[in-house]
Design a protein around this ligand. Sequence first.
Ligand code: NAG
Ligand code: NAG
Ligand code: NAG
Length: 312
Amino acid sequence: MKVCTALRLGAALVCFILVAQTQSQDCFCPTHVRGVCNGNPPNCACKLPIGPDDVPVDCTKLIPKCLLMKRESLPAKGGRRPKPENALVDNDGLYNPDCEGNGRFKARQCNNTETCWCVNSAGVRRTDKGDKNWKCQELVRTFWIIVQMTRNSTEEVPANDLKKAIEDTITSRYKLPVKHVATVELEGSMIYVDLKQNSSELSPNDVDIADVAYYMEKDIKSDPFIPLENPFAILVNGKNIGVKEPLIYYIDEKPHEISMKRLTAGVIAVIVVVVVAIIAGIIVLVLTRRKKGRYEKAEVKEMNEMQKQLTS
Ligand SMILES: *[C@@H]1O[C@H](CO)[C@@H](O)[C@H](O)[C@H]1NC(C)=O
Ligand SMILES: *[C@@H]1O[C@H](CO)[C@@H](O)[C@H](O)[C@H]1NC(C)=O
Ligand SMILES: *[C@@H]1O[C@H](CO)[C@@H](O)[C@H](O)[C@H]1NC(C)=O
């Protein structure tokens, strides 16, 4: 009996040591849940499935946004359940981008059709759309990104502690040097983070603020790229300050070239909708009035008849 327990204990211990050893030897991808790594640290070879391909990636830093967007826009490898032909997906600004070998965006992007446009270094459209002859001189750098978010609760926390906690999360989770977190501003339940990094400040090995903002947006939307063992948290005195509703603004080193024509088209559309609504309202009003009128007349008629009957 005693021997048995001792044996079992021994086996469990051996097993534990084995697990611990294999775990310490395994490469894994801390920056993407779907990253697959082979080899032994520090010589890890990692790949990320993107559409039908496995693309080599460097999991020691954030995966470039262009590759992430490409991955999200392409159907996954293997048999996914087929979707009905008319099924719509909310792609909020998502397209299948063309990436450079280093994972950065190509200045010119086109969709499957013959429509092309120019993007900034965050992959956001900064010109009008044109045909396939559309030219983009250079990839214009997004040097300033504003990440806006809302606190889950209005519970009071010391402002400076909260600012420090946000800065700590950004620098430790995304490995962004603290000098690029220009300001953290609080306004009621709103939080504004300014990330700044211009062309002359960006060296090839640095993480790009566009990648940081994309990771952060997904983290706030509770759809993180980073494995769940390392959850997103803004800790003030050990308490997680929940945030939601991220909104990201991109400011480029050169003003964008989106003409206002499209905006006015939008405004016209709104005006048309409002006018149509008003006309519809008036028609409904007139129709109901008319019906009421007829009803009233009928009533009067009946009354008259009754009176006649009474008098006769
Ligand atoms: C490409 O862009 C054109 C023009 O904006 C649009 O009508 C079309 O739906 C887009 N196609 C895809 C696949 O995004
Ligand atoms: C880039 O940013 C640094 C630090 O904010 C600043 O000193 C430098 O002048 C900027 N360079 C350009 C080209 O804007
Ligand atoms: C904050 O709210 C969002 C959305 O409602 C939710 O997903 C998230 O888990 C919340 N975070 C915390 C820490 O409560």
